[in-house]
Write a protein that binds this ligand. Structure first.
Ligand code: SF4
Length: 231
C-alpha cells in the first residue's frame, strides 16, 4: 500500500495514504512523496502500540487495494478505526462498514454547484455530476454509524449563501468540522488568491452557528485553535 505517513500522536495512530481520484488544486497531499508498505508492516506497527484509535486518512484511502485486509486486521486487534473519504467510493465504505467505528467524509460545496465542484476538484462536468450521486450514497452509508463531515471553508464556495444549500446534505452528521482555509500550511496550497487564513474567524463562527442549528456538534478549527458549538 502507498503511504504518505504512518505516525502516532495525541492518542491516535495515523495512517495517511497517497493518491487520490480528485485533483483539488489546493491539496498538498497529492504532491507528497509516497512509500510502499506491506499490510503486514503496517499491522506490526499498530500492534506494537497500546493506542486504540486508528485514523485512516491522507489523500484517499479507499483507492488502496489492500485497505480492507488492513481494516480487518486492525478490527481483529480491537482497534477503534475511523475511515476518511471524499465519498467517491461508497462500495468500499459499505464493505468497511462492519469493521470500522466511524467515517469522516469531505464535503466541498453545495451539490447543486457543479461548476464549483469542478473548480474545487479538478474533475470534468460529467465526473462532478457522478461524484454528487456517489457522495449522497456514501453519506447514506456513513450516517448509519458515527459520521464527521469535514468542510474546508474556502469563502467563494462555502459561505452564508451556500451553507443553507449544503445543510440538507449534512444534517445527518454526528458532527461537522469547519476548517478555516489556509490556517494550517500542512493541509493547503494557496488557491483563488488566498495565501493566509480565510475567511475571518468571525465569519467562521457565524457559519458554525448556522450549522449548529441542525447538527449536534460543530468544531471550528483555524488560526485561533478550536471552538466547539453544541446544540
Ligand atoms: S483535498 Fe481531499 S479529495 Fe481533494 S485531492 Fe486532496 S485528498 Fe483528494
Amino acid at each position: 500500500m502507498r503511504l504518505i505517513d504512518l505516525s502516532e500522536a495525541k492518542g491516535q495512530i495515523r495512517i495517511e495514504f497517497g493518491g487520490c481520484n480528485m485533483k483539488c488544486p489546493y491539496c498538498v497531499h497529492i504532491h507528497q512523496p509516497v512509500k510502499e508498505w506491506e499490510v503486514a508492516e503496517v499491522v506490526k506497527y499498530a500492534s506494537k502500540s497500546t493506542t486504540e484509535n486508528v485514523y485512516l486518512g491522507g489523500a484517499e484511502p479507499t483507492l488502496q487495494k489492500d485497505l480492507l485486509p488492513l481494516i480487518e486486521e486492525l478490527h481483529r486487534m480491537g482497534k477503534h478505526v475511523i475511515l476518511k473519504s471524499n465519498g467517491m467510493k461508497p462500495d468500499v465504505l459499505e464493505s468497511a462498514f462492519p469493521l470500522v467505528n466511524g467515517f469522516v467524509l469531505e464535503i466541498k460545496t453545495a451539490n447543486d454547484d457543479i461548476n464549483g465542484i469542478m473548480e474545487l476538484t479538478g474533475m470534468s462536468e460529467e465526473r462532478s455530476m457522478k461524484y454528487v450521486s456517489l457522495l449522497k450514497e456514501s453519506l447514506s452509508i456513513a450516517k448509519r454509524k458515527w459520521l464527521r463531515v469535514w468542510i474546508r471553508v474556502i469563502p467563494e464556495y462555502v459561505n452564508a449563501v451556500t451553507m443553507p444549500r449544503i445543510l440538507p446534505e449534512i444534517e445527518c452528521a454526528s458532527e461537522v468540522m469547519l476548517y478555516q482555509f489556509m490556517s494550517n500550511p500542512e493541509f493547503d496550497d494557496p488557491f483563488m488568491g488566498h495565501n493566509k487564513p480565510t475567511p475571518s474567524w468571525t465569519e467562521m463562527k457565524e457559519l458554525g452557528e448556522m450549522v449548529a442549528k441542525t447538527v449536534p456538534l460543530v468544531r471550528i478549527v483555524g488560526e485561533r485553535g478550536q471552538i466547539l458549538l453544541q446544540q
